[in-house]
Design a binder for this molecule. Structure first.
Ligand SMILES: CC(C)(COP(=O)(O)OP(=O)(O)OC[C@H]1O[C@@H](n2cnc3c(N)ncnc32)[C@H](O[C@H]2O[C@H](COP(=O)(O)OP(=O)(O)OP(=O)(O)O)[C@@H](O)[C@H]2O)[C@@H]1O)[C@@H](O)C(=O)NCCC(=O)NCCS
Ligand SMILES: Nc1ncnc2[nH]cnc12
Length: 292
């Protein structure tokens, strides 16, 4: 029994969804060994991040996810005012995150992906299958966000323009294909093959990395770095995945390459957290979550 399976009678839909979102972020951060990323072993390719900071950052986002879910439940339908509220809550959540981390960007992409998915889940808690939730999130992401600051050239915006790739915005607008077509099917296959839960989650991360245009990797290591990440991740899966000796050797090689390039797949990590969130939603609403 744990806090996720023992749902107290008083938990509201927003509290439940916020719990799942934060737990997914903590599970992602703690999952080890992840190539180039912060995990239980250390800081990966980062000099300003560590596990404690990732955990504190994840916890700081709980009120924001709850507020996004409540806003969506109250709105009851996809609408422009709801999109504007979510944008405002996302920016406020980002400011809270930066206060907690002393200005380090830990979870910007996760606020975006998990914020949309949390709101999408709350919009219709009778349809919590991954594809249905991702589709509602995509429809939210397609609505304009007039409150977004103009003229800010984020890392993602810079490399999307330079290399002509799709970044976090388009991933959401397309209905999270990296999650729906790569991560969740791989998670199911690896579990089915008896890989064990941690190896299955690592395999899901690698499935995302094998195709994603991760703008964090592109910003630090360019197209050659991105190709190295994608090829290396595919090689681990083709060798048998993280539960196999050959796959583990390939994972070690990928890690050495990522550290040499100072490349960290932060976008893929966010999408793994979003995948774990959708995976936990699949059984549907627990009976104890009612009209609170
Ligand atoms: C619309 C936004 C998504 C803005 O997106 P944009 O691409 O313009 O901006 P970025 O600031 O680059 O943020 C995108 C973050 O998304 C993650 N990501 C990257 N590639 C992908 C992808 N292909 N698909 C999905 N997600 C992706 C990634 O987040 C992780 O990386 C962060 C660290 O990044 P960065 O600071 O660039 O990297 P460092 O190397 O550490 O920096 P240096 O040390 O080198 O200086 C980390 O936080 C991870 O989370 C990208 O960073 C959206 O963000 C937006 O509009 N937000 C405003 C409010 C809003 O609407 N909120 C949500 C409402 S529901
Ligand atoms: N585990 C992790 N390491 C580095 N950046 C990240 N962004 C999201 N999760 C991350």
């Amino acid at each position: 029994m744990n806090a996720l399976t023992t749902v107290p009678a008083q938990l509201s839909l927003g509290d439940w969804l916020a719990d799942l979102a934060v737990q997914a972020l903590i599970d992602e951060a703690e999952l080890s060994p992840k190539p180039g990323l912060v995990d239980r072993r250390g800081s990966g390719a980062h000099s300003d991040l560590h596990l404690g900071l990732m955990q504190a950052s994840a916890l700081s986002l709980w009120p924001m996810f709850g507020a996004m879910a409540d806003a969506a439940r109250d709105a009851g339908e996809l609408s422009q005012p709801l999109r504007e509220t979510l944008g405002r809550l996302g920016r406020e959540g980002e400011a809270d995150m930066l206060r907690v981390t002393g200005g380090v960007n830990t979870h910007r992409g996760a606020i975006w992906a998990l914020g949309l998915l949390t709101a999408a889940a709350a919009l219709d808690s009778s349809a919590l299958g991954p594809a249905a939730v991702a589709l509602r999130a995509a429809r939210l992401a397609l609505l304009p966000d007039p409150g977004a600051p103009a003229g800010h050239a984020s890392h993602g915006a810079q490399v999307c323009r330079r290399y002509g790739v799709h970044g976090a915005r388009e991933e959401a607008q397309l209905g999270f294909p990296a999650i729906i077509r790569q991560a969740l099917p791989q998670l199911a296959r690896s579990r089915e093959a008896g890989a064990g839960e941690q190896n299955a989650r690592l395999d899901a991360l690698l499935a995302i990395m094998s195709g994603l245009a991760d703008t964090c990797v592109l910003y630090r290591a360019g197209l050659a770095g991105l190709a190295c990440m994608q090829d290396g991740a595919r090689a681990v899966l083709e060798a048998g995945g993280c539960a196999s000796l050959a796959g583990r050797r390939r994972l070690g090689e990928l890690e050495r390459d990522m550290l040499r390039l100072r490349a960290s797949p932060g976008g893929a990590a966010d999408l793994l957290a979003a995948s774990l969130f959708l995976d936990r939603l699949q059984p549907g609403l627990p009976a104890q979550i009612g009209s609170v």
